[in-house]
Design a protein around this ligand. Sequence first.
Ligand SMILES: [Zn+2]
Length: 173
Amino acid sequence: MPKVEEWDTFPFDGEMRTRALRPPTEKEVARQGEGGLDCRACAAPDSAFIWTTQRWRLRTLGQPSGMPVVLLLDPRAHYAEPGDLPDEMAAELGTLLARIERAVRLIDGIGRVHVCRWGDGSEHLHWWFMARPARFPQLIGSFAAIWDDILPPMPEAVWRDNLAQVIRELSSA
Ligand SMILES: [Zn+2]
């Protein structure tokens, strides 16, 4: 096992070994909604989002997960990469990332809001806001994304309260 096993944030324990890395594929694996075809994000109605603006829409994963709040910000139109955004939208995105991060951070007991972009699953551009609880040193850093799948889901009522607070904050700004 590599040194990562000794990190306090490593979520696993016990006998383990790394998987062998398979050789590269012929080409990149296609992402969901490539070229905007059958794109789930494009097809989703505004009612599937918790907050929308003229060009952006904010959604949840649809159910509570291990972290107190996990949100995704999509452009309304189909763009694949951050660098594909027209300058005006890229500038607006900067403002929105700050505004949403702030709204989530205001929730009681949040230690940090990770703002991330991976984009290997769905092509439609989406930014992650992953709030981790305060005072759990094991939950810091990039493993928070793994802990989110490991920890028991937040109680539904707490999760809904958190979302309501984010929506209130965004709507009052
Ligand atoms: Zn799309």
